[in-house]
Design a protein around this ligand. Structure first.
Ligand code: ADP
Length: 334
């Protein structure tokens, strides 16, 4: 009999349309991993509540994220594709882990500090304990690998700390989860405006969504920040130019990239041509995914079936872990 497969877990918040960063940072790895690992991928609907979204939009957003993941190649028959709120034991494990997480370390989290700066009027306890809930999501399946983008590195370190703390206090139940990318390095897909990462909620004109139409893709790429070109041969690239070459590496052919590298190094680069080429290649890459999203999304019955099937698989794995957790903690009285 084959060895038991290693376990993988990751999630995406239903806070808007998925974009190129979600694809290359996370979903591309999900699709590869589904062949060789036991995979749990969830729509993180509870996580999205920390920022108080209009919950009337939740249903549509959850269905969209599911459809977008499937359109990217995720197969609901091969993995558990489910909704966080359909696995109630997540909340139980979150409660236990909260007793092992300290206010000081949570306050030091970079994403928490960013959120406090952006929304000083909404510094709620859920926001502070976000990394604890994320740890519960992961270790609930005793997952070892977590395919995520570079922005999640610190959260994963915290997940390792919380899992280790549990093991030391109550006995070995959890493996140490590690961030995972097939290309060894974690990926950060930059925003088209020259700074920061592409993100669902920030600067929509600088973010390439998987559901953008071809003209919108071309338009956004043409607006990407450039300058008059280098003034001396083999000059170092400013960050916003480096970012554009980074985007080319995701979708353009090797010889196309080599041509523009040479043009840059010999001070002959024409950014208008480069962006036109990049816009075409992006449209070619995103087009088939967008078309699939548009065929899956209207099929609500299918999406319900996917969610039910996913919840069943996720709950089975979660219940097995929680039995071990309660026993290890001594929460077993007869
Ligand atoms: P967002 O930041 O767009 O709201 P999420 O927080 O839901 O996205 O993250 C979902 C996954 O996508 C995570 O694994 C995250 O690391 C990855 N991700 C998000 N943006 C990027 C990006 N620009 N580059 C690489 N990975 C990203």
């Amino acid at each position: 009999m084959a060895d038991k497969k290693e376990i993988v877990m990751s999630g995406i918040r239903p806070t808007g349309f998925l974009h190129l960063g979600n694809y290359f940072g996370a979903i591309r790895n999900y699709v590869k991993m589904q062949e060789d690992f036991e995979c749990y991928f969830m729509v993180a609907d509870w996580h999205s509540l920390t920022t108080h979204p209009d919950t009337k939009e939740l249903q549509g957003n959850v269905q969209r994220v599911l459809a977008e993941n499937i359109a990217c190649g995720l197969d609901p028959d091969k993995v558990a594709l489910y909704c966080q709120s359909h696995v109630h034991t997540t909340a139980e494990l979150y409660l236990y882990l909260n007793m092992l997480a300290y206010k000081g370390e949570l306050e030091k989290t970079v994403t928490f500090k960013d959120k406090v700066r952006q929304h000083p009027e909404n510094v709620n306890a859920g926001l502070l304990t976000y990394p604890v809930l994320q740890t519960a999501d992961i270790i609930l399946h005793r997952a070892k690998y977590v395919p995520v983008g570079k922005d999640q590195e610190q959260h994963l370190e915290m997940a390792r700390n919380f899992a280790n703390r549990f093991n030391h206090r109550y006995g070995e139940v959890f493996p140490e989860p590690v961030a995972y990318n097939y290309n060894a390095e974690l990926v950060k897909v930059p925003s088209l405006d020259g700074g920061g990462k592409m993100s669902k909620s920030e600067n929509q004109m600088a973010t390439l969504y998987l559901s953008d139409d071809d003209d919108m893709i071309r338009k956004k790429v043409m607006k990407a920040k450039t300058d008059n070109g280098p003034t001396e041969p083999n000059a170092a690239k400013p960050e916003y130019i480096e970012n554009i070459f980074g985007l080319m590496k995701l979708v353009c052919a090797q010889d196309v990239i080599a041509k523009y590298e040479n043009d840059y190094n010999s001070c002959n680069i024409r950014y208008g041509d480069l962006k036109k080429q990049l816009g075409e290649d992006m449209a070619k890459f995103i087009g088939p995914i967008r078309d699939k999203i548009n065929t899956i999304l209207p099929d609500k019955k299918y999406l319900q079936q996917v969610m039910e099937q996913g919840a069943e698989k996720a709950n089975k794995s979660a219940n097995e872990t929680m039995k071990l957790v309660r026993e290890a903690m001594g929460l077993k009285y007869y």
